[in-house]
Design a protein around this ligand. Structure first.
Ligand code: ADP
Length: 824
């Protein structure tokens, strides 16, 4: 309900006008007071004052207006011919009445209203109280001031004022109410009827006692047109009735003429008519307004509840006392697999898709006795969805007498949640060897799986919900780690990195079991976050790695021992190499001397030798050279082993090297029955190389060819540019000898490798020749390869880069060049 609030200035103007109205109505009433009567028949001024106050004023303004009423009423009385003192007394009486009515209507800070029967009672009570106060004042004034009768006066004015206030005040209250409907044709008709009828009933030519006739029309308005219209019509009917009666119209004046009634009695009858009309019309208007509001509330409540029902995710089913479905929502209809309309009225036990129909039947039959538990869970076989697990909350509706009339079932389908939960629980429980421990942000244990029970020896029930994470850890280790991290020892030490933003942190920790034994675990910590990414707790996944760590330590120890052994062996090998190298050096000098003397003997330096002597000296020389060759191989090998194959490269012609090597093996080859072929390119084969080393390489290949080729065979040596690669020269040593099986092709270049065939046939050799060949070839940035098959001879090919075009020497060669010293 809203109430028009007038601005300050406008209120003063309105109040002044109202007070003028009070004066005019008061003066008119006094003037029209029946001749011989000391008081007026009706006092509309009181009604106007109350009506204005109720509609507009609050607080201090109201009391100022009451003073205004005093002045204006007194003035009206004085103007009407009453003595100043009497006029003043009537003024005071009027003001007191207005104050009492207004005070009672607004007591306790309430706003005057006509929204309920209680409000109507308040209005009647306030009106009566105000009228009684006025009656008392007026009675005293008349009896003391003019010597009139107290009681007659008091009762007459009480009635006249009460009637006036009751006719006016509702308008003051209704001004602020909202119009409930637009005025229509019915309003017009009703207005015409009510005004016309009242005017007809109270018209001076009308003698029939039809005073009751306007009342049904007022009731019509009250029931159909709203409070505001009723209030205005009351006023119109009141003014018409009083005015017409005062000029002798209507049933009351007629009765006075016929029955000789006194004017006061006519007044009293008119007032009784007004009170009757007001009370009847107002009470009906209030009741119908209330009913309309209640209906609107109910309608919106029903609408709201049906919207709530149909949009609810829960299934809601209302079952009546007889066990029949009275109402259900869309979710429930979906679960029951039929449209809502088909299900209403059917027995619940029949349509519920449960297994134990009998139990449900018994329950439904006993709704009146409260046979259904308030909480239950059921498995429903839903078409198309399979078995759904539903948790029901049941409630009974009761009537005024407390009897159960309906059962309201609210069900939530928890099948999916259960399945998800069971799955996660199963995964957690299945991990029997892995400890999974969840905590909240402060380290209170929230989860402790079967694996954790196994690893730690505690039962979940003993640790969950306790802030006992520290129970599981070695305190000394926590302290140490806290110091490393520079934080206080506590739960933070475990989750420091994760709290700092890392996704996970894995490291070894020592867990202390319930029985006090210690286990090493590899613990991976991660954060648990909610949907908004906010950290809500931690999850630790720990694996017992005690055994693994022990094995790792053992392995490490074994590995260290092995390394030491290898170092010792390497040292030993180095000593051996040094020894061999030293011995070879020592052997070379005397051997060279021996060979020098044999040469001298052969040359006849000691006189001419006999053939026999020459033959023996030649043998000494041959074997001596073999020995020297072996020593050279050993020395070279030592250098290669030590990474000190020192080459002195210079621009030289490979053809010269080949010729020189060919000559040096001639003494050996000459003794054998072999076809020997040499084919050297007529053009010089310039290469960047160490002639001595290269000669050694060719010598080794040639002596192998001779060694492994039986008499009657062929040994060939060729050196020429590579047809396909102009930057390369090729040196090929081939024979028709015993050949090398494919499986040995790579191994022949390894140090000390000798084929079993070579051993069986007692072919002399050290197994160093080819390894030296490869070292020298590679030392020149070249390579060596073999092509051979058993009994089909062998062909060894060395490729060397030509001078100037040589690609970068190999790493070994480049180092060798750098290390080159003159003392070689
Ligand atoms: P050695 O000749 O002193 O035994 P090498 O390193 O020169 O050592 O040769 C290694 C092995 O390669 C020889 O024992 C032999 O079995 C095989 N071999 C080398 N050259 C030939 C060849 N021309 N014909 C057959 N086998 C050969």
């Amino acid at each position: 309900m809203t109430r028009p609030t007038l601005g300050r200035a406008r209120w003063w103007v309105a109040a002044a006008l109202a007070l003028v109205g009070v004066f005019v109505l008061g003066a008119t009433a006094v003037r029209f007071a029946p001749p011989g009567s000391t008081v007026a028949v009706w006092w509309p001024a009181a009604g106007l004052a109350v009506s204005f106050l109720v509609a507009t004023a609050r607080g201090a303004r109201a009391w100022l207006f009451v003073v205004g009423v005093l002045v204006s009423s007194a003035a009206a009385n004085a103007y009407g011919g009453r003595s100043p003192l009497v006029a003043l007394c009537f003024g005071v009486a009027n003001a007191a009445e207005v104050a009492v009515v207004y005070g009672l209507l607004t007591r306790g800070g309430r706003r005057p209203a006509l929204a309920s029967m209680e409000d109507l009672w308040n209005l009647l009570a306030a009106t009566l109280a105000g009228a009684l106060v006025f009656g008392l004042f007026a009675g005293l004034t008349v009896s003391i001031g003019v010597g009139g009768p107290f009681l007659a006066t008091a009762s007459a004015v009480t009635a006249s004022h009460a009637a006036a206030v009751l006719v006016f005040a509702p308008l003051g209250i209704a001004v602020g109410t909202r119009r409930t409907r637009r005025p229509g044709f019915e309003d017009l008709v009703q207005w015409v009827v009510v005004v016309g009828l009242t005017a007809w009933v109270f018209n001076p030519d009308q003698a029939l006692p039809l005073a009751f006739l306007p009342i049904p029309v007022l009731v019509w308005g009250a029931l159909r047109l709203g409070l505001r219209t009723v209030a205005i019509q009351l006023l119109v009917v009141g003014v018409l009735a009083v005015t017409l009666t005062s000029i002798g119209g209507g049933p009351f004046a007629a009765a006075a003429r016929v029955g000789g009634l006194r004017p006061e009695t006519v007044g009293a009858l008119t007032q009784a008519f007004l009170v009757t009309a007001a009370v009847t019309a107002l009470s009906l208007a209030v009741a119908s307004t209330q009913r309309r509001a209640a209906l609107a509330d109910l309608r919106s409540e029903v609408e709201l509840s049906s919207v709530v029902l149909d949009t609810a995710a829960s299934a809601i089913i209302v079952v009546d006392r007889a066990g029949a479905i009275a109402r259900l929502n869309a979710t429930a209809a979906r679960l029951l697999g039929a449209p809502e309309a088909e299900l209403v009225g059917r027995p619940a036990a029949e349509v519920f898709p449960v297994d134990d129909h009998e139990r449900v039947s018994a329950q439904m039959a006993g709704i009146g006795e409260g046979a259904v538990p308030l909480h239950e869970e059921q498995d429903w076989r839903v078409t198309g969805l399979g078995v759904r697990h539903i948790v029901w909350t049941n409630a009974y509706l009761t009537d005024d007498t407390g009897h159960r009339t309906h059962l309201v079932k609210t069900g939530v389908d928890v099948t999916d949640e259960r399945a998800a939960r069971t799955f996660v629980e199963a995964v957690l429980e299945a991990a029997t060897a892995t400890a999974i421990i969840g905590t909240d942000l402060d380290g209170v244990i929230t989860l402790f799986n079967r694996g954790a029970e196994t690893v730690l020896g505690w039962r979940a029930s003993e640790v969950v919900s306790r802030k006992d994470w520290s129970l599981l850890h070695d305190p000394a280790e926590i302290d140490r780690r806290a110091e490393e991290l520079g934080v206080e020892p506590g739960f933070d030490v475990l989750v420091h990195r994760v709290r700092g933003g890392a996704a996970t942190e894995t490291r070894d920790w020592t867990y202390v079991r319930k029985d006090g034994t210690r286990r090493t675990v590899s613990l991976t910590m991660s954060g648990i976050r909610d949907e908004g990414g906010q950290l809500t707790g931690y999850l630790g996944v720990a694996e017992d790695v005690t055994r693994r760590r022990q094995v790792e330590v053992t392995l490490q120890v074994a590995l260290d021992r092995e390394r030491e052994a290898v170092e010792e062996l390497t040292q030993l090998d180095r000593t051996k190499s040094d020894f061999v190298s030293a011995v070879s050096h020592e052997l070379r000098t005397p051997l060279a001397s021996v060979l020098g003397y044999t040469e001298m003997l052969e040359d006849g330096a000691a006189g001419a030798l006999t053939d026999r002597q020459l033959e023996l000296v030649a043998r000494v020389d041959r074997n001596g050279r073999r020995l020297l060759s072996l020593i050279e191989d050993l020395l070279l090998n030592s250098r290669i082993e030590a990474g000190r194959l020192e080459l002195a490269p210079r621009r030289c012609d490979l053809s010269d090297v080949v010729a020189s090597a060919w000559t040096s093996v001639e003494t050996v080859t000459a003794q054998r029955d072999l076809v020997r072929e040499v084919e050297v390119s007529p053009r010089p084969l310039w290469i960047e190389g160490d002639p001595a080393a290269l000669e050694r390489m060719v010598t080794n290949l040639l002596s192998n060819a001779v060694k492994f080729t039986p008499d009657g065979g062929r040994v060939a040596l060729a050196a020429h540019p590579d047809d396909r690669r102009p930057d390369t020269v090729r040196l090929v040593v081939s024979d028709s000898g015993m050949g090398i099986p494919e499986s040995d092709h790579e191994r022949v270049f390894a140090r000390f490798f000798r084929s079993s065939a070579a051993n069986e046939r007692a072919i002399q050799g050290s197994g160093l020749g080819l390894s030296i060949v490869r070292a020298i070839a590679e030392g020149h940035g070249g390579s060596v390869s073999v092509a051979s098959a058993p009994d089909e001879g062998s062909t060894f090919t060395v490729c060397l880069p030509v001078a100037g075009s040589a690609g970068p020497p190999t790493k070994a060669a480049s180092r060798t060049y750098r290390d080159h010293r003159d003392d070689s």
